[in-house]
Ligand binder design. Structure first.
Ligand code: 13P
Ligand code: SF4
Length: 390
């Protein structure tokens, strides 16, 4: 079993479309071996002062997270971005869909910067707008579209969020998927939900939180004719799950949970709801990255935990809590390669460019997409405070 004190491995290429397109940095990156990188980042941050607000997702590398003004999960960061109307620049240390959401939630004169444009998300890329529109047309044909409320996970592109906004739907995150589904099912009599793009978060929330059964769920496969479903299957389903998943959380297995339970006395298994249903069923606690952090903070000294989420976060938790035994729930190293693209050289390059008056790697959503994506995001932000916890 690999524990969290693994050495860092060289990073591979991400599987997201952005990285497949080979997005290159449009400027001269400082060398990763420059011993002054930390001092340069500090100096740039100081020079920009309150004009810049740096957001860091929990999966970011330590070398970058140390410069974040706030850290958080996707939900907290979306709220935090919206809560700083005075910052001229929002530097988003996270992935593309998060920066898009920050752009949508901030005013037009605020500029959102993603230090490396290749920091995409393979899950978000699994639902393209044309595919979703084809699915919607098939649901219309089957006579079910008018009962369907589309719900998209935050981990989706802005045009998918806009699709949900236009069609009476909502965005959710792993912190509020349960309350978002409650909202969706209350929108129409006999409502069905089309859940995009993470089948696991959708299934786990429907079955473990909403009292639905696995038989109430069907999976829409965008690569098969009619999603691989008959009109009857669509009519009978309550949850139509898009066939998408997270390549990081998809690695955790029920077998490793069993192995750890056999080898670590009283170990508690704590996983993210992007994990497969059979893993979540075997876990003690399930929740977003923010929930994972607060659970470990509140845990008694001497307790043992195996955590199923991205490795940068698990390593940071292990370092911050030496009085607790923290093990990674995978046999091999498992970083999110696209999150890891935001490294110190890219951060320094983006910040120093701002100091020089040059905005690089701006993320800007077009006005029509922004208008409807904002509708879906604001519906999420207006949901009551109950969050997906355990
Ligand atoms: P949360 O930030 O909602 O915990 O999701 C984790 C994740 O996969 C972000 O890409
Ligand atoms: Fe996407 Fe998974 Fe990476 Fe999150 S952890 S950015 S869902 S690939």
């Amino acid at each position: 079993m690999t524990t969290v004190d693994l050495p860092l491995l060289p990073l591979g290429r991400g599987t997201d479309l952005n990285s497949e397109r080979g997005v290159e940095c449009p400027g001269d990156l400082p060398s990763a071996s420059d011993p002054d990188l930390v001092a340069r980042a500090l100096a740039a941050k100081e020079a920009l002062g309150d004009r810049v607000f740096v957001l860091g997702h929990h999966y970011q590398r330590d070398e970058v997270i140390q410069f974040a003004d706030v850290t958080g999960d996707s939900f907290k960061l979306a709220r935090d971005a919206a809560g700083r109307p005075d910052a001229e620049y929002i530097v988003f240390c996270g992935v593309h869909f998060m920066a898009e959401s920050a752009d949508i939630l901030t005013s037009p004169d605020q500029q959102v910067i993603l230090p490396d444009l290749a920091a995409g998300c393979s899950m978000a890329d699994m639902a393209r707008l044309t595919q979703v529109e084809m699915a919607w047309a098939a649901m219309t044909e089957a006579g079910v579209a008018e009962s369907v409320v589309p719900v998209t996970y935050m981990n989706s592109s802005a045009d998918i969020k806009a699709f949900c906004g236009r069609n009476g739907g909502v965005v959710c995150t792993s912190s509020n998927a349960e309350v978002a589904l409650e909202w969706a099912f209350a929108q129409k009599p006999d409502a069905k939900v089309l859940f995009l793009p993470d089948q696991h978060l959708g299934r786990n929330t429907a079955v473990l939180k909403m009292g639905l059964t696995l038989d109430d769920c069907v999976v829409w496969d965008p690569h098969r004719p009619n999603g691989g479903l008959t009109p009857e299957e669509l009519r009978d389903a309550t949850m139509i799950l898009w066939k998408g998943h997270c390549s990081v959380h998809g690695r955790f297995t029920a077998e490793v949970v069993d192995e750890l339970r056999a080898t670590i006395p009283d170990v508690q298994i704590l996983v993210h709801p992007e994990c497969a249903h059979e893993v979540v069923l075997k876990a003690d606690l399930v929740g977003s990255t923010e929930f994972i952090i607060t659970t470990i903070e509140a845990a008694p000294a001497g307790s043992s935990w195996a955590i199923g989420t991205e490795l940068n976060l698990v390593k940071r938790l292990a370092a911050a809590h030496p009085d607790k035994r923290i093990t990674f729930l995978d046999k091999t190293v498992c970083y999110c390669s696209t999150m890891n693209r935001i490294d110190l050289p890219h951060f320094v390059w983006a910040m120093e460019s701002l100091v020089a008056g040059q905005v690089v790697n701006r993320i800007e959503v077009d006005p029509e997409t922004e208008k409807w994506a904002l509708v879906a995001l604001e519906r999420m932000l207006a949901l009551p405070g109950k969050t997906h916890k355990d």
